[in-house]
Ligand binder design. Structure first.
Ligand code: SER
Length: 339
């Protein structure tokens, strides 16, 4: 073959979504190249892995010498709590790093054959000034309440708009975004997010460890099972452009308050020990995010239909999956502290 090889690029491949997404892409036969700060996983099925910082030009020079990103899933990011605490780093990674990747993708595409760029945006793009406004809002649609309270939410919204602007400016880029709710996986625990209270509790319960719970009992967010989230992202990636009427789509999830999550986890792990350790800053972030979103546009335009509802999320996915996971690995380190 002459010239760089067309591939599917996944950044943040070792993270929560990435690990699941790469497995699925490889299973479907994509030629996948991964990038992450962490080393590649043995047996991942990726063609190649680049370990390093997405803001490092040398990494992209080495990548570009061999590969052409025909489709990019750009998952590498500094999550919300971490971004609030490290704003300079968050700007470098979430804005500068992403802008570089957008240009790289656009250069890999043409008017006749644009390169696809899939961006995981977030419910963090929405912002409510008070708990009462949040409670009154109901299911939030894509164009409502776009007044993010966090740097992270502002960065997600900016990249949604930058992607759309670059696409309009010059042909070559096909930019698509999903706004994920809180994601919850039986395999992995996120690091540095604010919706982490639910996955942290579940994983601590399964390990028989106490959990320091950092939000108020009435804090409410929508949550989506990781396999549903990955399926949604792939559905959007694979859909015909002519059917897509928006740049960014809500993916929905079952809406749970913190107390409801604790009660539900307790049904299967009655010995779970929850220590209330309110973190005002993180609780305020949750209070600014919607408790539920309207995902009608994703359902109509690309057939989004999550397999799990609020009961099967636990009974068919999380509880059996997490029991199996900790039977397999008894030596997993404790839930990581937010750095
Ligand atoms: N779940 C993410 C976080 O908590 C939001 O996108 O940071």
């Amino acid at each position: 073959m002459t010239g760089p090889e067309p591939v599917t690029l996944v950044t943040g491949s070792a993270g929560e979504i990435g690990a699941n997404l790469v497995r699925e892409l490889v299973r479907r036969g994509d030629r996948v190249v991964t990038v992450d700060l962490r080393p590649g996983r043995e047996g991942s099925g990726a063609l190649a892995h680049f370990a390093g910082d997405i803001t490092d030009p040398a990494l992209w020079n080495a990548f570009g010498a061999r590969y052409l990103p025909r489709t990019t899933f750009h998952l590498a990011a500094v999550l919300s709590t971490h971004a609030e605490r490290s704003p300079t780093l968050a700007h470098r990674v979430n804005i500068e790093g992403t802008a570089r990747l957008l240009r790289l993708a656009r250069d890999a595409g043409s008017a006749a054959n644009p390169a696809r760029f899939l961006f995981p945006s977030s419910i963090a793009v929405y912002g409510f000034p008070s708990r009462s406004r949040k409670a009154a809002a109901g299911n939030v649609r894509e164009d409502e309440h776009l007044d993010p309270a966090t740097l992270y939410g502002q960065q997600k919204l900016y990249i949604e708009r930058l992607g759309a602007a670059l696409e309009r400016e010059r042909p070559g880029l096909d930019f698509r975004a999903v706004r994920f709710p809180g994601l919850i996986s039986c395999d992995t625990v996120p690091q540095g997010g604010t919706s982490d209270w639910a996955p942290e509790l579940l994983h601590a319960a399964a390990r028989g460890e106490p959990c320091a719970f950092f939000v108020r009992g009435d804090a409410r967010l929508p949550f989506c099972a990781m396999p549903d989230a990955v399926r949604g992202l792939l559905q959007l990636a694979g859909s015909d452009r002519a059917n897509l009427r928006r740049t960014a789509y809500n993916l929905g999830g079952s809406s749970f308050s913190a107390d409801e999550v604790i009660a539900r986890v307790r049904r299967d792990f009655p010995d779970v020990r929850v220590h209330r350790a309110l973190d005002e800053e993180r609780d305020r972030i949750v209070a600014s995010w919607p408790g539920a979103v309207d995902d009608g546009a994703a359902r109509r335009d690309f057939g989004w239909a999550p397999a799990h509802d609020r009961e099967t999320l636990f009974s068919r996915y999380l509880i059996p999956g997490i029991r199996a996971r900790y039977r397999r690995t008894r030596d997993e380190p404790s839930v990581a502290e937010v750095r």
